[in-house]
Design a protein. Structure first.
Length: 210
């Protein structure tokens, strides 16, 4: 486990239905005592219907043409979605990079290809520095980094810098995705991003046991 300075992550186990999930987290005092003003995408898994339109619009937004028909009919290679939908009845939810305050992918990157913008807080990938070692995939607690096999590079959510709001949020038909300031999203109970990590781990564990 990668550590930064004197801040030492620890392991917490959860129960999600009949499954147990384990997650690495910074100490609670740090998570509660320091609140970023950065906006993030949060999921309301209780109203997500698993339609996967977030994946489709993400692919279109990151295609050269940014056109729905051309992206899938004329694009070569096909665009890679930066978000994915996990489904395990009756729960479904989308997973993407949470641009962590403690970005383990950045700490683990061997070449410095991953970095966190000190102003926006967005974790970005520098393709020129990336050597395709996939260490970032191993360290991400959300499993939100995807392989672009055609280029041999990792891809991840960039919060759609050329759009007013992330396209997955703007086009979600059930409004299961919200783009909010962290303080507003965390106003009631535990951070939603932590719940997503628990659900991802529990879903993966359940798939392995089938």
């Amino acid at each position: 486990m990668v550590q930064s300075g004197n801040r030492q992550p620890f392991t917490v186990s959860y129960r999600c239905g009949s499954q147990r999930a384990t997650q690495y987290r910074p100490p609670r005092t740090e998570r509660r005592g320091r609140v970023s003003e950065m906006k993030r995408v949060y999921v309301k898994e209780e109203i997500c219907m698993g339609c996967r339109l977030c994946e489709v619009y993400c692919q279109v937004e990151h295609s050269p043409s940014r056109d729905l028909v051309k992206a899938f009919k004329q694009g070569a290679p096909a665009p890679v979605a930066r978000v994915r939908v996990e489904t395990r009845s009756p729960v479904s939810f989308s997973v993407r990079c949470q641009h962590c305050r403690e970005p383990y992918c950045v700490y683990a990157c061997l070449t410095g290809a991953l970095s966190r913008d000190p102003h926006s807080g967005v974790v970005v990938v520098d393709d020129e520095k990336c050597v395709g070692c996939w260490t970032c995939l191993l360290t991400c607690p959300y499993g939100s980094i995807t392989r672009d096999t055609a280029r041999g590079k990792p891809v991840k959510c960039d919060l759609c810098p050329n759009a007013e709001a992330p396209v997955c949020v703007a086009n979600c038909p059930n409004e299961a995705l919200v783009f909010e300031d962290e303080a507003l999203a965390f106003a009631e109970g535990e951070p939603v991003e932590e719940e997503v990590a628990v659900l991802v781990a529990a879903t993966a564990s359940g798939d392995r046991q089938r």
